[in-house]
Design a protein around this ligand. Sequence first.
Ligand SMILES: N[C@@H](CCC(=O)N[C@@H](CS)C(=O)NCC(=O)O)C(=O)O
Length: 191
Amino acid sequence: MRIVLNFKNIDYEIRPVHLVKDEQNSDEYKLLNPKGEVPLLVLEDLALGQSMAIMMYLDRKWPNPPIFPSNPERRAECIQLCEVINSGIQPIQNLKVLKYIEGKIDKMEWGKYWIEEGLKAFENSLAKTASQYCLDDSLSAADMFLVPQVYNAMRFNVDMEQFPTIKKINENCLEHQAFKDALPENQPDAS
Ligand SMILES: N[C@@H](CCC(=O)N[C@@H](CS)C(=O)NCC(=O)O)C(=O)O
């Protein structure tokens, strides 16, 4: 989410939520996001969870620069790529899932397996859509889902050499300040 806000040059304040300390499940936080997850976008009259809802809202409210292509086919392909990560990979390697399987299955092996399964599909889809970025030569929401997922893949020791297009796109994105400033190590609560 930080990437989108940076890319669109929107002013925002970060309120860190410590996941390992389970702050996302506090009563106070769950009043704002009943699902007990980050990201959460809080505005004067709106508290919005779910990255896709937040991204679509920000793109409507601050349309320039856009993060979804205007061409209907490209737009649908963009959302398809986003969902491979958002619905297909992220939920399976989420903290609450890893906590649930702890002691039953090796959680590193589990995470690595499902990330590789999803990234394989993502890499193959890119053959039809990618150039410098996931969709041609314009940054889009698909890149904004991809870069954090690659960061997480590396935490699970996924060998990125097996995904050469993803690896290259990730490097291209990280040349942009909006992506660099959003890296976890560049946040105020980084330890
Ligand atoms: N589909 C949600 C997923 C959000 C999500 O699961 N966030 C993770 C961090 S990346 C989280 O808050 N996990 C808390 C937990 O597992 O307890 C979205 O796109 O916003």
